[in-house]
Ligand binder design. Structure first.
Ligand SMILES: Cc1cc2nc3c(=O)[nH]c(=O)nc-3n(C[C@H](O)[C@H](O)[C@H](O)COP(=O)(O)OP(=O)(O)OC[C@H]3O[C@@H](n4cnc5c(N)ncnc54)[C@H](O)[C@@H]3O)c2cc1C
Length: 504
């Protein structure tokens, strides 16, 4: 029996009243605010518990976005691509193949990018597909923090930013959300809103509003782990890549050695600079909403950093001889915890059968190998909760099963669903409709105006039919052996089991 304390009721001040309230300023929440303002909303509040935007992408030092393109088409555009076209003006802030080079297969062009993980497609399939350059971008997280503020300031007449404010409870009227109670150094206060966007990544709001949700992703997935990212300076990443090519057996031993020294899986990955790498890590089966798991992830990672550094210095001196601890991410790396069970739940079937959705809001190339990282349609219904009105839930807690979530909650999908949530909220407010009854055609047209490619949209088709031609010509990526196996497996078992997923 857990000991409890009855908290007395009390009057609290109403800090603000707005049309759209966004809780959480990560990739999803920030995109929602910007997109809503650009879609004409005038009265927006964005609330964030820390003092900067970006969440995992800035404070968690998750400094790369993969697979923004497929063949020669950049499927993930909109606000996600805008991050990089803006940062490209700042010397050294980003690294990755430029938009005009994606899809090129010339070995001489590809060669310099081979060291940089995911910048070159894997190719293969019996010679059906040569390797090509992929739009994958590494960025400096502190420059992105600055840029994200600037993007909000460009709409300062419409967006009010509340940093250091922690949304704690939804204010409900029956099954309709009316606002949020939050805590800050100023105490406990309320904000009322017509539409609330839960972009906390952990469903902090929908989980208390009565929306059904799942917990952790499948144990076998990347999503079912926590992390504390840190960076190492004084290295030579090119030399590390050359060493890997020359010593494949030793590379296997290095991976095992790092796991032994740290006690969990960790690996150096490239960054926007050749002399800095980030150490990505995976603490298995940890829930980033459980304080014990959060605390142990922080302590255990920090406690092994010096040993990992020493190990790398000795194992690969050509690259790590002068390596030093550059910095540690200011916040915990959170991959997945509570997952919405929305009006639609995405599953591996969406990838294996190229499912089409009338309410598609993003058509993203992803990291899924079933369809060779080809574009998949993400419907509005998977950010729309069941049972709760006027709440939209974009970002890493979107509605997907315990396996499909692994391919769907990376930064691009969080930005994409966030952008769509912002536009949907703006349309609902302007038309005096609700989040559920919003005119989805209008939302889709505005998204296309905001540089988001969408399938079967007349405006987009008139603007650029080559995206449709690309997916038709390349069979939606379903030429892989994995696609055939996944189809057979799904037809037989109904859902993808961990045994099948293990092969990815
Ligand atoms: C170590 C690691 C490596 C990864 N690698 C990659 C990769 O290589 N490429 C890739 O694309 N993706 C990667 N991902 C996934 C990706 O980073 C995240 O899924 C994505 O950034 C999540 O964006 P989000 O906006 O949905 O959530 P978050 O980034 O978690 O943002 C949520 C925001 O809400 C705030 N917040 C939370 N609760 C509250 C509250 N109650 N009140 C107020 N504010 C609140 C948080 O402070 C945060 O700013 C990785 C993730 C991790 C942890």
């Amino acid at each position: 029996m857990i000991k409890t304390y009855r908290e007395p009721g009390r009057e609290i001040p109403v800090q603000d009243e707005c049309d759209i309230l966004i809780v959480g300023g990560g990739a999803a929440g920030h995109s929602a605010a910007v997109a809503a303002a650009r879609a004409g909303a005038k009265n927006i509040v964005i609330m964030e518990r820390y003092g900067y935007m970006g969440g995992d992408a800035t404070g968690g030092y998750v400094i790369m976005v993969p697979n923004l393109s497929w063949y020669d088409k950049s499927f993930v555009r909109g606000i996600q691509e805008e991050w990089f076209t803006r940062l490209e003006k700042i010397p050294g802030a980003v690294r990755g193949p430029s938009l005009d080079k994606i899809g090129l297969t010339d070995p001489a062009l590809i060669h310099p990018w081979k060291a940089i993980h995911d910048c070159v497609s894997r190719g293969g399939y019996g010679g059906a597909k040569p390797s090509c350059l992929v739009r994958a971008v590494y960025f400096e997280p502190n420059q992105l923090k600055i840029e994200m503020d600037k993007m909000l300031l460009e709409h300062k007449e419409a967006i009010r930013v509340q940093y250091h404010s922690w949304g704690t409870r939804p204010i409900m009227d029956g099954n309709t959300i009316k606002g949020i109670i939050y805590e800050s150094k100023e105490g406990r206060k309320a904000i009322f809103a017509k539409i609330v966007i839960d972009a906390t990544g952990d469903g902090d709001i929908f989980s208390q509003a009565g929306a059904p949700y799942e917990s952790m992703a499948d144990k076998i997935t990347r999503a079912c782990t926590t992390a504390l990212v840190w960076r190492i300076g004084g290295i030579n990443y090119d030399a590390y890549y050359e060493w890997q090519q020359a010593h494949p057996a030793e590379m296997q031993a290095l991976r095992a050695g790092l796991q032994r020294v740290a006690g969990f899986r960790c690996i150096p990955l490239p960054s926007n600079q050749n002399d800095i790498c980030w150490i990505n890590n995976w603490h298995s089966n940890r829930d980033c909403t459980v304080v014990k798991d959060q605390s142990e992830t922080e302590i255990n990672t920090r406690n092994t950093m010096r040993d990992v550094l020493e190990y790398l210095r000795e194992a690969v001196p050509t690259a790590f001889r002068n390596a030093y601890l550059y910095d540690i991410a200011p916040q915990l790396g959170t991959r997945c915890s509570r997952r919405l069970i929305g009006e639609y739940v995405m599953t591996p079937e969406d990838f294996a059968f190229a499912n089409q959705h009338d309410d598609v809001i993003a058509w993203h190339s992803t990291i899924c190998q079933i369809n060779d990282c080809g574009p998949v349609e993400i419907p509005y219904r998977c950010i729309l909760p069941r049972n709760v009105e006027n709440l939209i839930c974009p970002g890493r807690h979107l509605s997907a099963d315990g396996i499909a979530i692994d391919w769907l909650n990376l930064i691009p999908q969080c930005v994409g669903t966030g952008q769509a949530a912002g536009v949907a909220a703006a349309v609902a407010v302007a038309d005096s409709s609700t989040a559920r009854s919003v005119n989805i055609r209008k939302v889709q047209d505005i998204l296309v105006d905001q540089d988001v490619p969408l399938p079967r949209n007349a405006k987009f088709e008139a603007k650029d039919p080559s995206y449709r031609q690309c997916v038709e010509e390349h069979e939606y990526g379903l030429y892989t052996d994995k696609a055939k196996m996944a189809k057979e497996y799904l037809e037989k078992h109904g859902a993808m089991g961990a045994d099948f997923f293990q092969g990815f």
